[in-house]
Design a protein around this ligand. Structure first.
Ligand code: FAD
Length: 512
């Protein structure tokens, strides 16, 4: 028996039914794992602590508005290639979603009057960027073309578990050049490649922002594999918004999961992963119920999984090493606004990024992110109204130790600051406000079950690309992790990749 505290041992009778796989959490990573396995005939139980599925890709409704909790710039809904992982995940359980194409990924409002749009059309984007930096015409093309090389390698092969040797062999024999290409880029960061071709400091800052806006670290710490995916797929599969809101993705995956004969329970907070002889064999819920399965998957963050669901003495050495290399990114201060439609000038794009001072890009309340999904799907708001979802990095420490009154006051002050800055792109915003709800890192922690409300892991320093990100197996037999604290990281399409990989690895382990 391993030295594990008795609280985590199974000595109570457990429910008679035994599952093949239990998935803790119904984020997109957890649901893709579950549906992949269910589609292969496994009996899966998903346990979700909240009332609806989706986690950071969930939604909530207030006064006729349907707000996305987090994600709203959605990759992975393309129709071609292999990187369209959301389309594929839904298809695996005979589901699909109507999506609305977005013609501009981001409209940037950056320091020194740098105003530019990332168009869906690649050449149009390069042209617009080059018009701001004509002396870097060749460097711009070379950098973004190199991103395409990464993408084309990924998009040629079926994306499954890199921990499965037979799959790796098969893929290698089918696509030897693509594989060698990827091996070359795996330890590299986007910043090193950008500097190879580009020397203008302002343009390098722009590349930093291009990375920061989804990796929350500058280009030097952003793996080239992820940059290659994002900077190319936006022009290939494109950005597509699911009709009815982002919550539809999780909703449809759950529908497919249940139709495939598996189960999901809501309000089911897992408090312990049960170990027997050091192997994960089941889970215990807050209400005392226990369930057993042949394999356990955690879609909670690694900090929540290894520091809260398992006893501290069970923390594997590999996790301790990982925590030395990666830290929690900040959380967000989020404003969910309902506004009169006159606030938006005609021709407004769906996604915006605002920054006034390059030195503040990574600071608390530095970069402001904006999404207006009602420009694509007007049904998410009452007639003549729009949703403006805006968020900016914020750390948990800022929001702790406050009385309810102080907390409320601080939220209002912060909202005022952000709205004032947004007036620059949406003059009249304050006057046009119809509804306002403010979320803080505490909200993210409470409703998403994420330690400190973090967006996910970020490298503490410069690492060798994606090499340090763990795959799905853990050092604890029977326990797997999936979601944004596993390879390849944050974003819905990325966690879907992790879900495909996790489902594949477990299917092989169970002989499905
Ligand atoms: C503000 C914001 C904006 C974003 N914008 C975008 C974007 O535009 N595009 C994009 O692609 N990505 C975006 N992202 C990132 C993306 O949403 C996440 O990377 C992704 O949704 C994470 O998925 P996941 O499967 O790892 O887990 P999560 O979404 O964190 O889901 C985990 C689930 O597990 C449940 N859970 C946790 N612990 C337990 C427990 N003990 N018992 C039971 N259930 C538990 C949680 O309730 C949750 O439902 C954004 C994120 C945020 C916060």
């Amino acid at each position: 028996m391993s030295a594990v505290s008795s609280a985590f041992q199974s000595n109570e009778p457990v429910n008679a039914s035994e599952y093949d796989v239990i998935v803790i959490g119904s984020g997109i990573g957890g649901l893709v794992t579950a549906t992949q396995l269910a589609s292969k005939g496994a009996k899966v139980l998903v346990l979700e602590r909240y009332l609806i599925p989706g986690g950071s890709a969930g939604y909530f409704e207030r006064e006729g508005y349907r707000f996305d909790v987090g994600a709203s710039m959605i990759f992975g809904f393309g129709t071609n290639g292999t990187t369209n992982l959301l389309t594929r995940a839904l298809k695996a359980v005979n589901m699909s979603l109507e999506t609305i194409p977005d013609s501009v990924q981001i409209h940037y409002h950056l320091p020194n009057g740098l105003e530019l749009k990332v168009h869906r059309d690649y050449e149009k984007f390069l042209q617009e960027l080059t018009s701001h930096f004509p002396h870097e015409q060749q460097g711009i093309r070379r950098f973004y073309d190199e991103c395409w090389k990464v993408f084309n390698c990924l998009n040629a092969m079926e994306l499954l578990s890199l921990e499965e040797p037979r799959y790796l062999m098969r893929v290698f024999f089918q696509h030897p050049f693509a594989c060698l290409g990827l091996v070359k880029y795996l330890p590299q960061n986007a910043g090193d490649i950008a500097r190879r071709y580009i020397s203008d400091p302002q343009l390098l800052k722009f590349i930093d922002m291009e990375c920061y806006c989804w990796s929350v670290v500058p280009a030097d710490r952003t793996p080239m594999i992820n940059a290659g995916m994002v900077f190319s797929d936006r022009h290939y599969g494109g950005i597509n918004y699911p009709k009815g809101g982002v919550g539809q993705i999780a909703g449809k995956l759950v529908e497919g999961l249940v139709k495939a004969g598996s189960e999901i329970q809501y309000g089911a907070r897992v408090t312990q992963i049960i170990l027997e002889d050091g192997t994960a064999v089941g889970v215990k819920l807050a209400n005392g119920k226990q369930y057993r399965a042949k394999r356990i998957v955690s879609n909670a963050t690694r900090w929540d999984t290894f520091e809260k669901l398992l006893p501290s003495e069970a923390m594997p050495a590999s996790e301790k090493r990982w925590q030395k290399r990666y830290q929690k990114s900040p959380s967000f201060l989020s404003l969910h606004l309902g506004v009169n439609s006159e606030v938006l000038p005609s021709g407004t794009d769906c996604h915006h990024i605002l920054l006034e001072d390059w030195e503040k890009m990574e600071d608390e309340e530095g970069t402001i992110f904006v999404s207006i999904p009602t420009l694509l799907d007007p049904d998410l708001a009452p007639p003549e109204h729009h949703i403006i979802h805006t968020f900016t990095p914020s750390w948990m420490e800022q929001w702790q130790g406050l009385s309810p009154k102080e907390y409320q006051h601080k939220k209002e002050e912060a909202a005022e600051r952000i709205i004032k800055r947004l007036e620059k792109i949406f003059p009249g915003l304050t006057a046009g406000l119809d509804y306002q709800e403010v979320g803080t890192p505490r909200t993210h922690r409470r409703f998403l079950g994420r330690d400190d409300g973090t967006y996910g892991p970020i490298p503490r320093g410069k690492l060798a690309g994606l090499l340090g990100m763990p795959f799905n197996r853990t050092a604890i037999p029977g326990l797997y992790c999936v979601g944004d604290s596993t390879f390849p990281g944050q974003g819905l399409n990325a966690v879907a990749f992790s879900g495909f990989a996790c489902g594949h690895r477990i299917a092989v382990d169970l002989g499905l």
